[in-house]
Ligand binder design. Structure first.
Ligand SMILES: [Zn+2]
Length: 222
């Protein structure tokens, strides 16, 4: 059933809250906010702070800073049932990165998996929506079946560095790794802070699949 609320709730920009008109896709930022996003330009940098923490070819689209309006957008993407924001920002990132070499040679996009319990609570995996946005522009397929989260780790924001390290250890499983042999894999996440989760995922995958890995994050914490 469609609620009256969703029928009549005006469509607004997830960043500034301004009315954007009903023809605007859900989750898309208004032109003004799009223009003022804190871009990293990492896709064209030979070395960057995302690569430094994850240890492979990598780029983030935006810088995440406390108290920047982008924080509200990411919060909505993760906790307020607005996954379309991920799709739209993924799409925007890919559009802007198309004329760089970043996506060259990549065979498959794998979003950072959520543990099934977390997935059930949230109802969606925000990283998958970002991946689908990247895929819509690049045409590279998204895979959500081979890498799974087997340990439910607490919310990272509430943990210390040491707790984080223990918690993400052995948190991932790889199913049918042989299907990914020799494929250049792009791992996607919404936000990279210490890079611990991503490194742990890469480590788990490398145990099973010796191939080329790249990483894309929507945001990199400064
Ligand atoms: Zn706006």
């Amino acid at each position: 059933m469609v609620s009256l609320f969703s029928l009549f709730f005006p469509r607004t920009c997830p960043m500034c809250g301004r009315y954007v008109g009903e023809s605007m896709p859900k989750g898309r930022l208004c032109d003004d906010c799009l223009q003022h996003l804190p871009r990293t330009e990492q896709a064209v940098l030979r070395q960057n702070s995302t690569e430094e923490v994850v240890g492979v070819h990598a780029a983030s689209f935006l810088f995440f800073e406390k108290d920047h309006p982008l924080q509200r957008v990411i919060h909505r993407l993760k906790y307020a049932d607005q996954p379309q924001i991920g799709y739209e920002l993924g799409r925007q990132a890919a559009l802007e990165m198309l004329d760089t070499e970043f996506f060259e040679g990549i065979d498959v996009i794998i979003p950072m998996p959520l543990h099934p319990i977390r997935l059930r609570e949230r109802g969606y995996n925000q990283a998958e929506y970002i991946a689908r946005g990247l895929s819509a522009v690049t045409g590279i397929p998204v895979d959500t079946t081979h890498v799974t989260r087997v340990r439910n780790t607490p919310q990272q924001a509430k943990q210390t560095g040491d707790e984080r390290r223990t918690n993400v250890k052995d948190a991932f499983a790889v199913n049918h790794p042989e299907q990914l042999y020799h494929k250049h894999i792009l791992l996607v996440d919404d936000l990279i802070t210490t890079g611990e989760t991503m490194r742990s995922c890469l480590k788990a995958m490398r145990r099973h699949i010796r191939t080329q890995y790249s990483v894309f994050a929507l945001c990199k914490a400064r």
